[in-house]
Write a new protein. Structure first.
Length: 420
């Protein structure tokens, strides 16, 4: 499939795209708004630099880079786009009205052309893996310098691109610069047909995350308010339906050893919050909901983290963490956030989106891969009872994050050279 057939195929899917948005709108109020942006109908001002990040994780990693670029070019107008409401919320929280923000239109030719004609950007920076053929094609045709920053390419994704080589390779070779996270990913890009001189291995921006001391202080205060300073606490972060039951099963097993143990379960998406609450209640465990400011007392067995933007802080209240999207066929989420808090980390086998980072943590002894609720319960129990083992994993997590910092400066330097 080449880009022309891809574009025609997208138009055939137009009714399904509308149905998809309508379905998401039923589950989440945030998807009921701003449809005009999704279809390239928003009114926008011209910009100098366009930066696109998909959702919350990519946006959080991109924010320090965007801030450095804005500081280096104070007279430039920056436009930051996302595709999800969670990513949008992080942009608004970080920048307010200092940047122009909207959703990136779906990759329909008419929508992307109208979008780019309005913006007239000099530079377009796409974060990580959000590769849309028409966006890249029409930006390059408009003489925009197109950059893929903090790029990651799992073997699974590389295999998918290889099957659509006539579509993928012309798109990838339109990038002036691709800053990749690891050498393995650089080699995958080269194997696909990307010219080596376009690639620079810089490490991952996610290693340069900075934990706000206020969040750590908030976490310590919360744990004290809960009267759980000496109780075992663990977080199941960014979990999805299909993982809820496994987390609750693991916690029930843990409660047989530690009756005062507390599980903090934080679903990945807001539309999953009520389902998670129902699942916890039906399991027979005592529930408190963070969004409702429920009291966490000695009888509380599960705290549902049904708020946005608090996950890192909640990791700070805990001793260990499981990172979701890995017991289901999803690809996983960022294990560095709990690692940066010094938590031993667990993931399931489906962590290909963060394979290299996961391997680094595992090799250091900071992370374990589990395949079942029973195995997770056993691992949690071992580290709650064996303090030297726990301390070793905790120190290893902090060391891996610290030793791999520096990607922000490298990527900023390379990208800034292309912004004129």
């Amino acid at each position: 499939m080449n880009r022309i057939f891809y574009s025609l195929f997208l138009y055939l899917l137009f009714p399904l795209v509308v149905l998809y948005l309508a379905f998401r709108a039923i589950k989440s109020v945030d998807y009921r708004r701003r449809w005009s942006e999704r279809f390239g109908l928003a009114k926008l001002e011209q910009t100098d630099v366009l930066i696109h990040s998909v959702s919350m994780g990519e946006t959080l990693a991109a924010i320090p880079l965007i801030k450095q670029l804005m500081a280096a070019h104070p007279d430039y107008l920056f436009t930051v786009t996302t595709t999800s409401p969670t990513g949008s919320a992080e942009v608004v929280k970080a920048f307010g009205d200092k940047v122009q923000h909207c959703y990136l239109p779906f990759d329909f030719s008419y929508a992307i052309k109208k979008f780019l004609r309005q913006l007239q950007p000099k530079v377009c920076i796409i974060m990580e893996t959000e590769l849309w053929p028409n966006l890249v094609h029409f930006a390059a045709r408009q003489q925009v310098t197109v950059i893929l920053a903090n790029a990651r390419l799992s073997q699974k994704s590389a295999d998918k691109y290889a099957k659509k080589r006539r579509l993928a390779v012309p798109m990838l070779n339109k990038f002036k610069l691709i800053t990749v996270q690891t050498q393995a990913e650089a080699e995958r890009f080269i194997h696909l047909g990307v010219e080596a001189e376009r690639l620079q291995v810089c490490g991952s921006l996610k290693f340069d995350l900075t934990i706000d001391p206020i969040k750590k202080q908030q976490a310590n205060t919360l744990r004290d308010q809960w009267h759980r300073v000496n109780s075992p606490i663990w977080v199941a972060g960014s979990v999805h339906p299909g993982e809820f039951e496994a987390m609750l099963s693991a916690h029930k097993q843990l409660l047989s050893y530690f009756p005062d143990a507390l599980l903090i379960m934080a679903p990945r998406h807001p539309e999953q919050f009520n389902l998670a609450a129902i699942t916890i209640t039906q399991s027979g465990l005592t529930l408190a909901r963070r969004s409702m400011h429920d009291e966490v007392n000695g009888q509380t067995q599960v705290l549902l983290g049904d708020t946005m933007g608090e996950l890192v802080m909640l990791y700070g209240t805990a001793d260990q963490a499981f990172v979701g999207g890995t017991l289901i066929n999803n690809g996983g989420h960022n294990p560095l956030e709990p690692a940066a808090m010094g938590l031993p980390v667990y993931v399931g086998p489906n962590h290909w989106d963060f394979a290299e980072i996961t391997q680094l943590l595992a090799d250091a002894g900071a992370l374990s891969c589990i395949t079942s609720a029973e195995q997770l319960a056993q691992e949690l129990q071992h580290k709650f009872t064996d303090n030297p083992l726990y301390q070793s994993a905790s120190f290893a997590a902090l060391a891996v994050v610290e030793q791999n910092r520096g990607a922000l400066l490298e990527q900023f330097t390379l990208i800034n050279q292309l912004i004129i």
